[in-house]
Design a protein around this ligand. Sequence first.
Ligand code: ZN
Length: 80
Amino acid sequence: MTVPHPRPTQLRVEVTRQPVAGRCPECHAEELHAYPVLSEEGWIDAVKCARCLCSASRTPGPRLGPITLLSDTIPRGRAA
Ligand SMILES: [Zn+2]
């Protein structure tokens, strides 16, 4: 089975960075942004400083990043 992946139409592909209140733990700049990061650990929901790239927080993100499986949308923890 072939899954089509169309080529991006824009020159550069970027993620949307959401501004977050707070200060960087390293340089104390008030320039924190939240965005998904693909690291060696898998997808991470990170809050990083826009000035020095220090990570203010890193939490495990969606297993496949921007791809959501139907099975991932089923609520867990409730017995039938
Ligand atoms: Zn910083």
